[in-house]
Design a protein around this ligand. Structure first.
Ligand SMILES: Cc1ncc(COP(=O)(O)O)c(C=O)c1O
Length: 434
């Protein structure tokens, strides 16, 4: 007897962070257009997640689709070892033009986590080339940089998805996360923990890695730009290179093309991913300074030791080019600013709700931190029944909608969050800490 597709999926397919014995139900999406996801039952729901921060121009975008088709007619893939192609060259030119002058060399890879692995490996090789065995990375608590091993080793060791692997991970250094928030006054004591660690270990640290301004999965906190400035001064003082992970925040999400622009500081290595292709195909990039690239290349190895099979995939590069061309029209600035204004007007008042601890807004990111953790299964069902796609975690209900969302569609997302807050059965009352 053949299984229904839903049952087959339930029985045989892993989903992210899901159990194979008792998975939370999945909703079948059969197509997507603009800000709508169309479910198997024909219902259109408004997407508040941009498929985890990636579909910034909405789905099925004609310009992105056209770029894909045009590239497909030429070739979908070709190896990048010993071969190059026009779409990769055009993309790397664009990435270099879009980022600060210091970032001059581009390594293309498959996903955000891999871009982080690449950045970390680059710095290990960089120090080897300089005749030093440095392998420690310094970061801050509540960070998240991906699910592969090096990425896990710089993500929060306690409050994280990865705690169970701690014994296997390289031991890195974790400073306290800053508490001065983006919109409040700067408190100089925020930097004390980081300063102490860097002073003590400066000759052992290979690099510092941070999500600039927005700590995503680690709590959706927006920290003060002065923190980044202070960190960069300390790192420069000890000649320690800095990696900024803009995988979630890059390409306009916070109201600037890159979140580090809020602080006016430039990293030595920059990791990009997610919305680089406008949410169409997986692609990531690690950009480094010429100095780092040259130092690695002068090493005994003579090259950087990494080379994924699908590196520089032409389809992904072509659509990333179209995505950046779309961003260059600067529509995103108006769109993100309008979203931010509306979030301040309609989402911020939820702060006064008795089950809400805080509401945080930056650019096209709106976060409601609740007093209780959500019941994932029930709240997901509630959202879908009410015509929206929002995927909260722990105590955080957050939205990162496509920049193209209309006023009314965003209003609906916010109204449904409001409605959810009044349904006590959607929250776990006896588990305030998760
Ligand atoms: C800041 C940050 N870095 C890295 C990653 C990992 O990216 P990917 O899921 O593409 O491997 C994520 C994913 O959510 C992220 O938010």
């Amino acid at each position: 007897m053949s299984q229904s597709d839903t049952f087959f999926d339930y029985k045989h397919i892993w989903h992210p962070y899901a159990s194979m014995i008792n998975p939370i139900p999945c909703y079948t999406v059969i197509s997507a257009k603009g800000v709508y996801l169309k479910l198997k039952n024909g219902k259109n729901i408004i997407d508040g997640m941009s498929s985890w921060w990636s579909a910034i121009h909405g789905y099925n975008h004609p310009i992105l689709n056209k770029a894909l088709k045009k590239q497909m007619r030429k070739m979908s893939h070709v190896m990048f070892g010993g071969i190059t192609h026009p779409s990769a060259i055009a993309l790397c030119r664009r990435l270099i033009a879009l980022t600060p002058e210091k970032l001059d060399c581009v390594f293309l890879s498959d996903s955000g986590s891999v871009a982080i692995e690449v950045a970390i490996k680059m710095l290990i090789q960089y120090w080897q080339s300089l005749g030093q065995k440095r392998k420690l990375f310094l970061t801050i608590r509540n960070g998240y940089h991906g699910d592969t091993f090096a990425a896990m080793s710089v993500s929060d060791p306690d409050n994280s998805l990865h705690k169970i692997y701690n014994d296997l991970l390289p031991k890195n250094l974790f400073a306290d996360a800053p508490v001065s928030s983006f919109y409040k006054d700067w408190n100089n004591s925020d930097v004390i923990s980081f300063k102490k660690i860097i002073e003590k270990n400066s000759l052992k640290i290979a690099g510092v890695i941070l999500e600039p301004i927005v700590q995503g999965v680690g709590g959706m906190n927006f920290y003060h730009p002065t923190y980044l400035q202070k960190i960069k001064i300390l790192c420069d003082h000890y000649s320690i290179p800095v990696i900024f992970d803009e995988i979630a925040t890059g390409f306009g999400r916070t109201g600037k093309i890159f979140a580090f622009e809020h602080a006016n500081v430039v990293p030595d290595i920059l990791c990009l991913g997610k919305s680089i292709t406008g949410g169409t195909i997986t692609l990531a990039a690690t950009l480094s300074s010429r100095h780092i690239a040259d130092t690695i290349s002068k090493s005994k190895a003579g090259c950087f030791m990494h080379g994924p099979t699908y590196m520089g995939n032409p389809l992904a590069c072509a659509v990333a080019n179209a995505n950046i061309k779309l961003l260059k029209t600067n529509q995103w600035k108006i769109q993100v600013s309008n979203i931010e204004k509306q979030l301040f007007k309609n989402l911020l008042p939820l702060r006064n709700h008795p089950y809400v601890i805080d509401v945080r807004i930056l650019g096209a990111i709106g976060v409601v931190e609740c007093l209780y953790s959500v019941n994932m299964c029930l709240i997901q069902k509630f959202f879908v029944e009410n015509g929206v796609w929002i995927r909260p975690f722990k105590k955080l209900i957050y939205i990162v909608p496509p920049y193209t969302i209309s006023y009314n569609a965003l209003k609906k997302l916010i109204n449904v969050i409001k409605k959810a807050l009044n349904k006590t059965e959607l929250f776990n009352f006896n588990a305030t800490h998760v």
